[in-house]
Write a protein that binds this ligand. Sequence first.
Ligand code: A2P
Length: 269
Amino acid sequence: MNIEVSAGTPFAIPDGVFAQQVTLVEHYTDRLFRFRITRPASFRFRSGEFVMIGLPNAERPVFRAYSIASPSWDDEIEFYSIKVPDGPLTEHLQKIREGDTVLMRRKATGTLVNDALLPGKRVYMFSTGTGIAPFASLIRDPETYEKFEQVILCHTCREVAELDYGKRLVASLAADEIVGEMVGRQLVHYTSVTRDDYPVRGRQTNLMASGKMFADLGVPAIHPDHDRGMICGSMDMLRDTKAALEAYGLTEGSNSAPGTFVVERAFVD
Ligand code: A2P
């Protein structure tokens, strides 16, 4: 396929890549924003997966893995992104506007999917920073609520303002036609902050170790018989949260061998 993106853009779209239009851009802080693009009719993915995205601004565009933040039934695709000052992709991506073109590779993949978890009573979604993105997809998917009685979305950020995306999303779900009722009964949003004043302070790993998280939630400590985990954040957060879940007796799963927790990293440089 060799299509000119637009008059004045001299670069052709690489093979195996969709060129989609930006439909919405919303900035939260000077470090965080979300954007939505049109969805190609033939693009299929499972809620929680990621895809490679780039911009048509070079002969060989830079692509980075981005978790899809919208659910698999949505007719648009949403992404939630950090802005890195000299990041090869995000320094340009943060300037996109409605109507601009974003490139997206055709195949979505990933392990933060319901299929990679064994059935259980309760699923914990552990996220820090933009690691909430795959869970923004999963908490909008009815399948998540059909598989688990309780869905606990844990989100920790350095500053209070960085929780806004998740808070606004969860608040909006009460009126959602598809999952609204299930969200009201089954979803708990547990937020904490590490570098600002906030009702719950500290890293999730420490809040689990002290027992505060379970006391706040009114649930017993994590047990492999009934609890499941999904983890998304920085490399250090993934490592430490994985170690914590293993200490509770959970074992990592994958698409081919479902387990009691799954891990993925979805951050850009
Ligand atoms: P902290 O402020 O104590 O470093 P980052 O922007 O660096 O990815 O951090 C996002 C959030 O994740 C911050 O609240 C940060 O806490 C927390 N965090 C960073 N590293 C870890 C880790 N190894 N385990 C758990 N939480 C972490």
